[in-house]
Ligand binder design. Structure first.
Ligand code: NAP
Length: 477
């Protein structure tokens, strides 16, 4: 078959070359498969000045191809370029064995994904390498979607993970990735393909722990508050307080969860510091659970911020609540009837204003922390600035929010009269973890301890036996 079908006129996409690939010296690239991804990749490559040849089962009937692309049969297309992007699902790779001769020495770029994590014993790229042993297989592009390539909406994910055993082949793919305006990230040999293929299938891996934890905390505190504020009054006085479950109790549960999660953002750092002090070295791995915990601190903080927002919104509706309006009216009427007014207690006014003020300041800093954790903002900061915000301002936020809760308890904080069935108010429980973190942190920053910790973090070791494991260690927390 002469094969040349020339330009397909079905789509009329405007193509503007974006790169250094001059028209006189256009590099030929072959794409196997004229499906969604193949077409999108082809379009992008044409826009960037490449000359694109598609390989297809049905070159004559292939539709919707970008203007300027050529479509040939698979074997004819393969001869046109020494680099071939395989935009075909793994399940259909077998026909490639018929092309072993023509594919010899060529660079095959595996872009495929699976439907499930670890669906096959080996990665798709390794499978391709087994099917076509004479070719140099490189894994790339699987984390970029066809839609993003076509619409240009690549801001969220410009990163292209690349791996392969042949460094020259990998370099060719790296060059293409750069020419397309994407960011190549070399992940090493082809054995890294499994990890790269699993990457797009992961569902919020870093968010899972914070979500489960916050759900568990919310559930625990909700049940705790229901026992104290709904079941207890019903059992003791036959009083129906079920309406509290709509606003009062959530407005207790959300701030408690927010404060506990915020404290849990700083707790692993404190544990890590204690471990380093105990071991007398930083060159020893932290346990996996601590590593994982430290990696999802940002997510924990953002979930905590979400709960703090809920608390702020719930607090704003307090004045318009029926129950609150009823209480104020009732108190006023009772005072009029009994001709008695409540004296103004300055200390109470102080407590109430300080509590609100601490809450507002804590919330403000909390929002600031959230904003600085956004990549667009954090990318503008150097390491010292980022640490200053996330560590110093973070601890200040924790102090303010803890103080907000402490002052809320006020005088009745440690009074036995607030116990119901021996259970203290929920906010007392909320103070346990933050206070513990703050007390330990305070001890850690005492000069005698802080000096040793800083020395350890700069590489000093108390015990020389650890020096052997130095290469495997973590360098910072
Ligand atoms: P698709 O629309 O189904 O296209 C697959 C193409 O494979 C077909 O159009 C067909 O092209 C070719 N093919 C060859 N042998 C085949 C056979 N026996 N049966 C069916 N098709 C056969 O799929 P796609 O969305 O373009 O995805 C292609 C590859 O890119 C997949 O491995 C996918 O995991 C990967 N990927 C896709 C995306 C995305 O956003 N879609 C993102 C990243 C990676 P011809 O008819 O021209 O032969």
């Amino acid at each position: 078959m002469s094969g040349k079908l020339g330009v397909m006129e079905k789509t009329c996409t405007v193509m503007l070359p974006l790169t250094m690939n001059s028209s006189e010296n256009r590099e030929n690239v072959c794409i196997f498969g004229t499906g969604d991804f193949g077409r999108s990749l082809g379009l992008k490559m044409l826009q960037c000045g490449y000359s694109v040849v598609f390989g297809s089962r049905n070159p004559r009937t292939s539709r919707l191809l970008p203007n300027g692309a050529e479509v040939l049969s698979y074997s004819e297309a393969a001869q046109k370029s020494d680099i071939i992007l395989i935009a075909i699902h793994r399940e259909h790779y077998e026909f490639l064995t018929e092309l072993i001769e023509v594919l010899k020495g060529k660079i095959l770029v595996d872009v495929s994904n699976n439907l499930k994590i670890n669906q096959y014993p080996e990665s798709n790229a390794e499978y391709l390498a087994q099917l076509v042993p004479g070719a140099h297989v490189v894994k790339a592009f699987n984390t970029i979607s066809a839609w993003a390539l076509q619409s240009g909406a690549l801001d969220a994910s410009r990163q292209v993970f690349i791996c392969g055993n042949d460094s020259k082949a990998k370099q060719r793919v790296v060059d293409i990735v750069r020419t397309l305006g994407l960011t190549p990230l070399d992940r090493g040999s082809l054995s890294a393909a499994t990890e790269i293929e699993n990457y797009p299938l992961q569902l919020f891996p870093m968010w899972r722990f914070p979500f489960y934890l916050s759900a568990a905390l919310c559930l625990f505190f909700f049940i705790y508050c229901v026992i104290r504020e709904v079941i207890y009054p019903y059992v003791q006085e036959k009083e129906d307080s079920t309406f509290r479950m709509a606003i009062s109790i959530p407005n207790r549960v959300f701030p408690i969860t927010a404060l506990t999660l915020l404290a849990l953002v700083y707790l692993p750092g404190v544990i890590a510091a204690i471990l380093q002090l105990y071991r007398g070295t930083k060159y020893q791995r932290f346990p996996d659970w601590l590593d994982h915990w430290m990696l999802c601190r940002k997510q924990l903080g953002l979930v905590a911020l979400g709960f703090a927002f809920l608390h702020a919104i719930y607090t704003l509706v307090i004045p318009i609540r029926y129950y609150v309006r009823w209480r104020i009216r009732n108190t006023t009427i009772t005072q009029v009837i009994t001709k008695k007014d409540n004296p103004f207690i300055t200390s109470m006014a102080w407590l109430s204003d300080s509590y609100v003020s601490l809450g507002i300041l804590g919330f403000f800093l909390f929002v600031l922390l959230g904003i600085t954790s956004l990549p667009s903002v954090s990318n503008m900061m150097n390491w010292r600035e980022f640490r200053f915000v996330q560590s110093k301002l973070g601890y200040l936020t924790l102090i303010l929010c803890t103080a907000h809760t402490l002052v809320y308890g006020g005088r009745k904080f440690l009074s036995s009269s607030i116990l119901r069935w021996y259970l203290p108010s929920a906010y007392v429980l909320a103070l346990i973890i933050p206070s513990t973190v703050l007390v330990i942190k305070f001890i850690l920053i005492m000069p005698c301890i802080n000096k040793t910790l800083m020395r350890i973090r700069q590489g000093w070791e108390r015990n020389s036996k650890y020096s052997k494991s130095a290469l495997n260690g973590k360098s910072d927390i």
